[in-house]
Design a protein around this ligand. Structure first.
Ligand SMILES: *[C@@H]1O[C@H](CO)[C@@H](O)[C@H](O)[C@H]1NC(C)=O
Ligand SMILES: *[C@@H]1O[C@H](CO)[C@@H](O)[C@H](O)[C@H]1NC(C)=O
Length: 342
């Protein structure tokens, strides 16, 4: 087997051998102070995000007004019928003198895209059960940027301190083993692998809710992984969406640059120094019934008969310029986090 394919197969089977899962790369679409889910129409939004997916991404994405598969002309995801948008906060390093620099993202194992994220749609162990794809206009949020308590971080959101870029030895399924809900406290030789997992049950009616969460739920008992059934209030089993983001912290590993008291020097772009404000946003935008076909035919990996796949180069070429133009601290140090007073 080709090394790349081997690595991809290895990474996919790592998650859980018995699960059906799509795992594919999406290059960076843009990094922008825009949030059409929580702050629609607000330009700039309160904090910076890193975004992947269809290039119809905009400050406002009102269902019925903006239809991502119709209005996008490209997507940064390798499945070319996926014009959804996926985003999280950015990570910054704070130097001893108080300046900030953005921690770059890098490609995950076995994928050929640039920066961005790895996206999973997981059917789960009960492979015979019907999994219902999201309807047009569907969107959701997991986690909370204002949270500063470990016990309020939902399960399935976590940090893994990687020893090296090969992510070896493998640390087990996401959010198990030594994975943490807080930012890693040590300097990590392979950066961080950050996992953001959404709930897998839906009320079957609402495409959104005021908190962007109440229309979705976790299984009533057990977990998604153990095949737990959905609660009666949210009876519809949806794909479990999961993001993996590799933040390459290596250029910031010199202990001499870390705070003298030994505390860790990283911040989410919303000013959180604990990591507990970890969150992810999702706006559905698959073309037609492509995602339903993918679920019904049990697509796996990043190539599937039921779906169209574009080249990695085409995914990489799909970018969008900043809407809220500002310096984001990629090459030079910033006196404060974009949009924040700290
Ligand atoms: C994005 O929003 C702006 C302003 O609301 C609008 O002019 C523009 O056409 C939108 N772009 C897309 C791709 O929908
Ligand atoms: C702050 O510290 C960083 C990292 O050591 C350094 O590169 C930068 O020049 C410093 N900035 C100022 C304004 O002193």
């Amino acid at each position: 087997m080709h090394l790349k394919a081997l690595v991809a197969a290895f990474a996919a089977t790592q998650l859980a051998t018995a699960q059906e899962l799509m795992r594919f790369g999406c290059s960076q679409l843009t990094i922008d102070r825009v949030d059409p889910l929580v702050n629609p129409g607000t330009l700039p939004s309160p904090h910076l995000h890193q975004i992947i997916g269809g290039n119809s991404f905009n400050a406002s994405m009102t269902p019925g007004v903006l239809d991502p598969p119709k209005q996008s002309t490209c997507t940064s995801c390798t499945y070319s019928e996926d014009f959804s948008n996926y985003w999280t906060a950015n990570v910054y390093f704070k130097a001893r003198n108080g300046s900030y620099k953005r921690v770059p993202q890098v490609t995950n194992l076995g994928l050929g895209v640039q920066a961005g994220m790895t996206v999973y749609y997981i059917r789960g162990y009960t492979a015979s059960a019907k999994v219902t794809a999201f309807p047009v206009g569907f969107r959701m949020l997991v986690g909370d940027p204002s949270n500063r308590a470990a016990n309020k971080v939902p399960s399935g959101l976590c940090f893994r301190c990687e020893a090296n870029m090969a992510q070896s030895p493998f640390g087990g399924a996401p959010c198990t083993g030594s994975d943490t809900k807080n930012f890693p406290k040590a300097a990590c030789g392979g950066g961080w692998r950050v996992t953001v997992t959404f709930p897998s049950c839906w009320d079957g009616k609402n495409t959104d809710s005021p908190d962007h969460k109440s229309h979705i739920a976790y299984p009533a008992s057990g977990t998604f992984e153990s095949g737990g059934a959905c609660p009666s209030t949210h009876p519809v089993k949806i794909p479990q969406v999961m993001y993996e983001i590799i933040y390459d912290t290596r250029q910031f590993n010199a202990k001499a640059d870390w705070p003298a008291d030994g505390s860790q020097p990283f911040y989410w772009s919303h000013g959180d120094n604990t990591g507990y404000g970890i969150h992810g946003d999702y706006v559905f935008g698959w073309k037609g019934d492509a995602l339903q076909k993918a679920m019904d035919t049990k697509c796996s990996g990043d190539n599937c008969k039921a779906l169209q796949r574009q080249s990695d180069a085409k995914a990489i070429a799909c970018t969008k310029s900043q809407i809220a133009k500002e310096d984001i601290g990629t090459d030079k140090w910033l006196p404060s986090l974009p949009g924040q007073t700290m």
